[in-house]
Design a protein around this ligand. Structure first.
Ligand code: SAH
Length: 484
């Protein structure tokens, strides 16, 4: 497996700067051992005018089979495991070697010459034998949108017998003047395995993070984003969906304000219109913040966080060290991300807050171990038969010490001037409870899961019909605290 990177230069910007960029000295041939064999880096040419670095991966086919053990096993497949194209064809293995050998370059870091990684330079990348499922056409569709001039020539199966037709390999040459070495490496790191479409190692959940990291700045909005993501993640549907959703969030977070405003308005129209112009939403947020501060919680879940108003308020208070907003709606999460200006936050601030997509109707390991969880105006959005599932996910599985639940008090609806008799406050409310109904539900939940519960009014507490919003404060019984 073989890949070369060539750049040209001038006396002021010598091509041999490539050595700095790759962190590999042009005068030396170096070898690195990787899990699949030995990677060699050498420079066939290193002049100020032109410099080429070559990465050659010598694959240990036996090590490869050992590592992949357990995948196949049919007797006639045994030999095919050893006699295959892995050692010769550029593929995901080359991508792995690339990231191992050029890890700083991939991250765009150059200690010796910090100015260099930022600078685009003329680049030419050649991969003599690249397995390309989808052929030259797909190769072009993947690389051209990124600014590469692409030459992808099919490699004939056997040059002496042209009638046998082409193999599934292409000779790939990429050329660009506008890209940096780091960008080039990131493109290759993702797209080589995508073209190979036979990933050699198991796709682990953190592959999604890796893909998003390496895809930063070029994958969101790529016309073949879907194909790239699904192939990179070996067509594992759940991972692919997760990655696509997160890419969409990144795209929206980067979108200009008008687009987000539009979405904002659309979602606004869908939610809670009846409560404008009352400041009830603000009163509710204040009541929640007060209860959370009292509880002493530092790590907080906002379950059904919607457009992130509470997440934002929590983020402003440094006592909350970790804030996780969860919602089933990607649109709402995208707006929340935009509201928080996650993309413009410093790393430290950004590390305190996360937005994740998930449904509260399913238990979710990611939600375990927090001090407190908030369900603000969420339970009434679930169909009653789904409520026990939410109850279990929150009180049975996640089990934070404190749980705050707010929900409308249906008795108060007669006080809303604009609300026709017998109507709920929002078209997506599946039910609204009286104070007695809410207390009965909350009491049973507390009983079933070992919590105590008390109730607080939010908004003006009408002597006849009670407050517009009711809040339950659940605290996990202490004995578990000690046992834990
Ligand atoms: N907590 C916010 C938003 C309330 S609106 C506030 O107090 O203003 C209800 C939110 O719950 C919506 O954003 C909706 O997308 C979310 N939601 C509804 N069902 C859900 C479910 N099963 N899992 C996660 N979120 C859900």
């Amino acid at each position: 497996m073989f890949l070369t990177i060539t750049t040209t230069g001038t006396t002021e910007r010598p091509a041999t700067d490539l050595g700095f960029l790759l962190h590999k000295h042009p005068d030396k041939a170096q070898a690195f051992s990787t899990s699949y064999g030995t990677a060699h880096v050498l420079y066939p040419e290193a002049e100020p005018q032109r410099c080429t670095a070559a990465l050659l991966l010598e694959v240990d086919a036996v090590a490869l089979v050992r590592r992949g053990k357990g995948r196949g096993g049919a007797p006639d497949a045994a030999l095919a495991q050893y006699v295959n194209d892995r050692p010769y064809a550029a593929s995901s293995l080359l991508a792995v070697a690339l990231s191992a050998v050029f890890s700083s370059a991939l991250r765009g870091v150059c200690k010796a010459r910090p100015d260099l990684p930022e600078q685009p330079r003329p680049l030419r990348i050649e991969v003599p034998a690249l397995p390309a499922r989808g052929g030259p056409d797909l190769v072009r569709r993947l690389f051209e949108p990124l600014g590469w001039a692409v030459t992808a020539e099919p490699v004939p199966l056997d040059s002496e017998f042209p009638e046998w037709g082409d193999s599934r390999y292409v000779r790939l040459v990429l050329e660009a003047d506008t890209l940096t070495v780091a960008e080039a490496l990131r493109h290759l790191y993702v797209l080589l395995p995508v073209l190979d479409d036979a990933k050699h190692y198991w796709v682990a959940p953190d592959e999604v993070d890796k893909l998003l990291r390496v895809g930063e700045g070029w994958l969101p909005g790529h016309p073949e984003q879907k194909l790239i993501t699904s192939r990179y993640l070996s067509r594992r549907w759940s991972l692919t969906r997760q990655a696509l959703e997160r890419l969409e969030l990144v795209r929206l977070a980067e979108a200009d304000d008008s687009e987000v405003e539009e979405l904002d308005n659309a979602v606004e129209a869908e939610t809670e219109t009846e409560e404008k112009p009352t400041p009830l939403a603000v009163q509710r947020r204040d009541a929640i913040l007060a209860a959370l501060r009292e509880s002493g919680a530092a790590r907080v879940l906002d379950l059904g966080c919607g457009q992130g108003q509470l997440v934002q308020a929590l983020h402003k208070d440094v006592r909350f060290t970790e804030i996780v907003g969860v919602d089933v709606s990607l649109r709402a999460l995208a707006i929340a991300a935009r509201r928080l200006k996650l993309d413009r936050m410093g790393e430290r601030q950004a590390s305190r807050v996360r937005l994740v997509q998930g449904s509260l109707a399913y238990t979710d390991k990611r939600l375990a171990g927090y001090d407190a969880a908030v369900l603000s105006e969420v339970v009434e959005h679930l169909d009653l038969p789904r409520l026990p599932a939410l109850e279990y996910a929150v009180f049975g599985a996640a089990r934070p010490r404190t749980v705050l639940v707010t929900t409308p008090n249906v008795e108060y609806n007669v006080r809303w001037e604009s609300l026709p008799a017998g109507h709920v406050r929002h078209s997506d409310h599946r039910f609204e409870w009286t104070r007695a109904e809410f207390r009965a539900w909350a009491g049973e939940v507390a009983e079933r899961h070992g919590y105590s519960v008390e109730f607080r009014p939010v908004g003006p507490d009408d002597p006849e019909v009670g407050p517009p919003t009711q809040m339950a404060v659940f605290v996990r019984a202490d004995k578990e605290e000690k046992a834990a």
